[in-house]
Design a protein around this ligand. Structure first.
Ligand code: IPD
Length: 273
């Protein structure tokens, strides 16, 4: 299985690197976009082309593999996770950043087998950051192995979280309340504008925890294995095991920090993927 994963990963990495060139053509921003679910949920031609490139390349080599892709789901394809090898794709995570030219956007690609993410790639071609992880083999930023921090208490923790791309009023109230709670109880709050890159910061040890309600499987699949392989924990924000289709995630450098953060925040339960 490990050899198979290595082979799948190498194929995917070559495709992701080449698809990254579609993003670097727009370093200063991508001013042409369309709206999806609301006025702050954006999509560009680059999102669509990156997803097409990855799905075409991977399905040509592995015809039996399945896909969950952000833009395919937006176009009506069902979001179904089975035990089969499934590539979970966010073609441009941080599309709002990408539109504005704020250089924190990435391609996020996770491979799930038997409903467990076993490989992940998070590639920001704009800043040349390549985060990778394979089951049992560690997490890396470019060629350097990375590890989570050793922070165990919220009072010492830098926490990333996002307002997200929904304009739902109830969700906004939860975001504002949680912002206050982290400011009051933690070291500080950061938001990169990309769920995958926020998780990558936890894997890197630059941030100590991250949580978000309303994200999708494609935002967190690669981040899930990256954080776990860097030594961290990834759970449901209520404290139970992560359910990748639940649209809820919390990750942290340590179990103690994850548990404290879970008890500190207000919970929110969006409709599942
Ligand atoms: C979004 C970004 C954003 C997060 C949203 C995601 P997208 O992904 O990761 O940071 O707050 O929840 O939907 O739409 O740019 O691929």
């Amino acid at each position: 299985m490990s050899d198979e994963i290595d082979e799948y990963f190498d194929t995917a990495l070559a495709l992701v690197k080449s698809a990254g060139n579609l993003m670097t053509e727009h370093v200063g921003g991508c001013k042409t976009f369309e709206l999806k679910s609301c006025a702050i949920d954006l999509v560009t031609e680059v999102d669509k082309n990156v997803e097409k490139t990855l799905i075409e390349g991977l399905s040509k080599k592995y015809p039996s593999h399945k896909f969950i892709g952000e833009e395919s789901v937006a176009d009506g394809v069902k979001c179904i996770l089975t035990d089969a090898p499934t590539w979970i794709i966010d073609p441009v995570d941080g599309t709002m950043n990408f539109v504005h030219g704020f250089p924190h956007s990435c391609i996020s690609l996770g491979l799930s087998i038997n409903k467990e993410v076993v490989a992940g790639i998070i590639y920001n071609p704009l800043l040349q950051q390549l985060f990778t992880a394979k089951k049992g083999k560690g997490a890396f930023l470019n060629d350097r192995q990375i590890h989570v921090s050793k922070i165990t208490a919220l009072k010492d923790a830098l926490v990333t979280f996002e307002a997200g791309t929904s304009s739902d009023e109830e969700k906004r109230k939860v975001v504002f309340e949680n912002f206050q709670r982290i400011i009051k109880n933690g070291h500080g709050v950061r938001a990169l504008g990309s769920a995958a890159l926020n998780m990558a910061m936890v894997a890197l040890g630059g941030a100590d925890a991250n949580f978000e309600f309303g994200i999708h499987a494609w935002d967190i699949a690669a981040g899930d294995i990256l954080v776990r392989e860097a030594g961290g924990v990834v759970i449901d924000p209520s404290g139970g095991p992560l359910d990748i289709l639940s649209r809820r995630v919390l990750c942290a450098s340590t179990k103690d920090l994850a548990e404290e953060l879970s008890k500190t925040i207000v919970q929110y339960y969006p409709e599942r993927d």
